[in-house]
Design a protein around this ligand. Structure first.
Ligand code: SF4
Length: 482
């Protein structure tokens, strides 16, 4: 089985785009000085990124270049770089470095052959310095690159050196410089050395998983027998997430029903793969306007009835509500309007909200109601990172929050807060300013239930590790016959 490396690396890049940049790349962004990049790279071996960053900062304060490093004693260097891994050995190498650099007129050389003559510099460090400091094609093969490219069966090698040689022979040059950063982040967060997170990995369906023992997920399915496992996710464009491994992710959810918002597609624009996911029947309610709004539900359970919209053309032309009736409950999937720039659509949104509440109350008289989706509002201050500065912004206006108050007063329950009262629990992050990496977010995606079914809620959670959209999925475990 041969993998499509362009597709694999594009998906990985998307999956880790909000993850912390490896420290050496970070230092390279801050300085173009090859000396500092070389020293930081030496320090980074077998050391956590945050420790390397702190040690580099301390050392560069006193030794920003080779001459000043030469003036520091071995003990002083060791003291400054402590507690990086093997700090005593690294301190020795750094005391020898200025003299060794003299061979190259005091400059850091830009070839692997020359770099590996320097103290403490192996092929991995040399490749990293060549690619990061000099932007020249080089493949830095560390444990993650070696491990993951073998898991993918892109190479079949038993040492990092052999992996480097195999990659040099077959990996397109455009990937040489980036592959290390991508696979380090991917290896730290998803394809981890012990118990890789295959269950949330967007590559799963195409990954050969050679020699892999995926992690066992714990604490998610609290009730196995008659419970419903439900997922809600604003995918921000279903055709876009399809390219990022959505179908594999959906199957990994192992859910009874998956409610999707912001499909941004008419049914005729969907691929057969999206419409026919094995084991699921899908229902779609799209907006009349192409590429806008839209909701869908994939379900394993045959519904008794499907209700499209709220029965009001003003709202239904935007494809915002889709309801499945099951034998013991209703599932309403909602994409609430955004109040928009300068709150131009606030009135529309409030009218929609009231109509939606009346609709849910009507259904509630017949059987328990589960409402899920992107509510486009953070209810309380705890539900967003910066409440003070967002009071006048869409999604946190007094009017929108006040409607949420009335929704709760009508008996509907925000299930996440039954289990979790912590701040910093978000479901949406702006694509800008590395907001997701810094967890500057909002909790605007909910699973709510009608008041008559609180005791049926077995768990409710946010799945922030699932990437592909600016929202992450939320999940509900519900025991309809409890
Ligand atoms: S599916 Fe599993 S083994 Fe394959 S890349 Fe993803 S996490 Fe790694």
């Amino acid at each position: 089985m041969s993998i499509d490396i362009d597709w694999f690396l594009a998906v990985v890049a998307d999956a880790v785009h909000d993850k912390q940049t490896p420290v050496v790349d970070l230092i390279a962004v801050q300085t173009e000085d090859p000396f500092k990049i070389l020293v930081a790279t030496i320090l980074s071996a077998r050391t956590k990124d945050e420790t390397t960053a702190a040690a580099s900062t301390r050392l560069f304060k006193y030794a920003p270049d080779s001459d000043s490093l030469a003036r520091l004693s071995l003990e002083r260097i060791a003291e400054l770089i402590y507690p990086v891994g093997f700090y005593k050995t690294k301190a020795k190498h750094l005391t020898l470095l200025p003299k060794a650099l003299k061979t190259f007129s005091g400059q850091v050389p830009d070839t692997i052959e020359k770099l590996i003559t320097l103290p403490g510099v192996g092929r991995k460090t040399a490749n990293l310095v060549v690619s990061v400091a000099f932007k020249k094609p080089a493949i830095c093969v560390d444990t993650h690159v070696h491990r993951i490219t073998n898991i993918w069966q892109y190479v079949a090698t038993d040492t990092p050196l052999r992996t480097e040689m195999a990659l040099r022979a077959k990996l397109p040059k455009k990937h040489w410089i980036n592959i290390n950063s991508l696979l380090v982040a991917f290896g730290q967060f998803i394809c981890r050395p012990v118990g890789p997170h295959c269950d949330i990995c967007p590559l799963l369906l195409k990954c050969p998983q050679k020699g892999v023992q995926p992690r066992k997920k714990t604490g998610v399915r609290m009730v196995k027998n008659n419970s419903l496992r439900l997922i809600s996710w604003n995918v921000n464009g279903i055709r876009a997430v399809e390219k990022k491994g959505f179908i594999g992710q959906l199957q990994n959810f192992d859910a009874d029903a998956i409610a999707i918002q912001e499909t941004k597609a008419q049914v005729e624009q969907l691929s057969d793969s999206l419409k026919n996911i094995p084991g699921y029947t899908s229902y779609w309610h799209s907006a009349e306007r192409k590429g806008y709004s839209g909701v869908a539900i994939y379900t394993r359970i045959q519904p008794l009835a499907v209700l499209y919209g709220l029965g009001d053309p003003e709202f239904d032309c935007e494809g915002r509500v889709l309801t499945l009736e099951f034998s013991h409950c209703y599932l309403i999937n909602i994409y609430f309007p955004n109040s928009g720039e300068e709150l131009r659509r606030l009135d529309f949104k409030l009218r929609f909200n009231d109509r939606l509440l009346a609709f849910a109350q009507k259904l509630e008289k017949q059987k328990p109601v589960i409402l899920c989706g992107d509510f486009n509002v953070a209810h309380k201050e705890i539900d967003l990172k910066n409440p003070k500065t967002n009071i006048k912004n869409a999604g946190f206006t007094p009017e929108e929050r006040s409607w949420m108050d009335s929704f709760v007063a009508a008996g509907f329950i925000d299930t996440f807060r039954i289990f979790n009262q912590e701040p910093g629990q978000y479901t949406w992050w702006s694509y800008r300013f590395s907001a997701r990496a810094k967890n500057i977010g909002w909790r605007i995606d909910y699973f709510c239930v009608s008041g008559n079914s609180k005791d049926k809620v077995k768990s409710s959670a946010i799945l922030p590790e699932v990437t592909g959209s600016d929202h992450c999925p939320v999940e509900l475990e519900f025991l309809p016959e409890n």
